[in-house]
Design a protein around this ligand. Structure first.
Ligand code: KIV
Length: 284
């Protein structure tokens, strides 16, 4: 696969080619996703729920995302790498946002950043784009505002609320965003937004009419038993694969079946003869 750039992602919308985006947080997974031709790897703040054991994305720090982004970069993917700017890493001031987005590119190796929200963050998006850093917007359900939104609820369910989202999408496009994640909105709302802007929309829980789709990798691979939102399709049952492998390994160890000769190292017969000739059993 040729290296993906924001320019190529834009061309995909123009040609009507669907964009494939998934999250990754480590080098080997990033390598696999790239080999499978995934267009965009998002190093999401979902690392908080997926890997770090948090209940939400709020506790995730900039250093956390940079750490995982750098690992993804070391995996050498040809997919476009987008670093997710975590809670409060871009809202204090435009200066703070510029400094932190700069770190995401310099230390994390990201090629673009993702920023949640519209309204108040529009001048920030403009300043980041002005600094030469591509920005992916994120509207609809924005998990970093979960306390303000009052829970993980579908957004833009009424005609009026859908129109607000369309307006936000247009404003983000005008501010220079190169693409837009639309999370947890009705199919009709996402379709309206997708038709209203020229930049690619990437949906999660937003129906089939977006220009691309994103899922959190561990959700679609079935790592979590307790997490089953309607919009996640489980493409594998990795949890069962891990459980079965760990149980088999534990049984083998307990029964002395592992390691066997195939998984152990031996001396040459000559050396072992010398060793046992010199050292008597129970000799310390
Ligand atoms: O952090 C993340 O993984 C995300 C996706 C759900 C879009 O923001």
């Amino acid at each position: 696969m040729a290296r993906k750039t924001t320019h190529k992602i834009q061309l995909m919308k123009e040609k009507g080619q669907k964009i494939v985006m998934l999250t990754a947080y480590d080098a080997p997974t990033a390598k696999i996703l790239s080999e499978c031709g995934v267009d965009i790897i998002l190093v999401g703040d979902s690392v908080g729920n997926s890997l770090l054991g948090y209940e939400s994305t709020i506790p995730v720090t900039l250093d956390d995302v940079i750490h995982h982004c750098a690992a993804v970069k070391r995996g050498g993917p040809k997919s476009l790498i987008v670093g997710d700017m975590p809670f409060m890493s871009y809202k204090v001031s435009i200066e703070q946002a510029l400094e932190n987005c700069g770190r995401m590119l310099q230390e994390g190796g990201a090629e673009a950043v993702k920023i949640e929200g519209a309204g108040r963050v529009l001048p920030t998006v403009e300043a980041i784009v002005d600094a030469g850093i591509p920005v992916m917007g994120h509207i609809g359900l924005t998990p970093q505002s979960i306390f303000e939104l009052g829970g993980y609820r579908v957004q833009g369910r009424t005609a009026d609320k859908a129109e607000v989202l369309v307006e936000q999408a247009k404003q983000l496009e005008s501010a220079g965003a190169f693409s837009l994640v639309i999370e947890l909105v009705p199919t009709e709302t996402a379709k309206l937004i997708t038709e209203a802007v020229n930049i690619p929309t990437i949906g999660i829980g937003a129906g089939p009419h977006c220009d691309g789709q994103v899922l959190v990798l561990w959700d679609m691979l079935g790592l979590f038993e307790e997490f089953k939102p309607k919009f996640v399709k489980k493409y594998a049952d990795i949890r069962s694969v891990i459980v079965n492998a760990v149980r088999e390994y534990s049984d083998d160890v307990r029964q002395g079946k592992f390691p066997d000769a195939d998984h152990s190292f031996e001396m040459s017969e000559e050396e072992s003869g010398r060793l046992y000739g010199r050292i008597k059993p129970n000799d310390n």
